[in-house]
Design a protein around this ligand. Sequence first.
Ligand SMILES: NC(=O)CC[C@H](N)C(=O)O
Length: 450
Amino acid sequence: MAASEAVTDALRELHARYAGVRGGRRADYIPQLARSDPDAFGIALVSMDGHCYSAGAADAAFTLQSVSKPFVYALALSTLGLDEVSRWVGAEPSGEAFNAISLEPRTGRPANAMVNAGAIVTTALVPDRAAVPAFTAVLSCLSRFAGRRLDVDEDVYRSEASTGDRNRALAYLLRSTGTLPVDPVAAVDTYFRQCAVRATAVDLAVMAATLAHGGVNPVTGETVVSTEVAAQVLSVMATCGMYDASGEWLLRVGLPAKSGVSGGLIAAGPARFGLATYSTPLDAAGTSVRGSAAIGALSERLGLHLMRNPALPGSTVTLVTTADVLPSAPSGRRERALRERVGVVAAQGALDCTAAERVLYALDETGPERAGAVVLDLREVTGADSVALALLHAGLARLAQDGRRAAVVDPGDRLGPPDLVRERTGQDLPRFGSREEAVERCAQAVAGPG
Ligand SMILES: NC(=O)CC[C@H](N)C(=O)O
């Protein structure tokens, strides 16, 4: 491993830059957390291919605390669906601290699943069965996100259970408004256990990467939750994950994230990376000071801000021209004139909706005055998602309606099976193995009989 060490070097550089930052205070309302090492600082990054990079104390274990909340929300969503979960817990930023004693005025629901009140309800929604008690389901879900068997830090659990009256008070308040479906004592106990689950920054980065990867753990390959649920969780993390600092965080860092009072912090770059840090001194919102500085810098350095993510220009269409200018064009006048009326468009890479629009626009650029027929060369296309395919098929159908002939160079069947193409485009689209063959046939067709 040498070349990819450059990624590790970037993390080491950030680690060195922020390790000396002194601000913030460790949480001490859970007495055991005040015993943590304030100097321990770890950073981890996991790619969508499951490659792990880290710097500093990325293997030091600590308790998840509120970082557990999005994953248990994912479990509740997977079990009950968004509509049922939303009957119990909202999805609006509260603008308040994580432990605020406040519920939605009209419904009595907690504002969202990231604040304590909402997380207690979310945990209470996890079915508690004799065969699979609620906490067993929670621990197994968190473990699948992490890709290894996690366990509970019993000291931290006992420390919070013996001092957590504010959360118990919240649970009783919830039951009084009819928004806690189970016994408050049991609900809070499961919630405290979930908060005391132990993991490392590397584990957290794998968990964040699983959300960023549409619910599939990129290290183990296991589908932990559906793509829909992963997107729902990331949405709530983006608007509510940092409590009363969520708006500012989205503005500056631009990533769905979740903080915890034990010093853990995760952020997810959808389809890009899972990021995590560990450092215990916290700011006023309960976020790790070094962690937020490091993840903010990493987002900036890697260009991860969700709203500043332009598609690379010109990376789809590699050629828009008429066949008469291609190197293989014959010298005869008549042949050249016929080939002038054949447009050629070549595309490359993976096609999504943005790329498909570029291809369709390029097809139009070759006609109709200049070219009567068009050859679409898809040999360098590596794949197309269903949205791109639907757009391409519809575009080819429109071309046919306009009376333009089309042919594709598509030996890899990137356009989909011929039956589907026929159904969607309303024609038997001629397919060729080489561009030259396609151009020749189109030129003959444009010339017409004789
Ligand atoms: N922000 C947090 O990490 C809070 C979690 C902690 N267990 C609590 O309920 O107070």
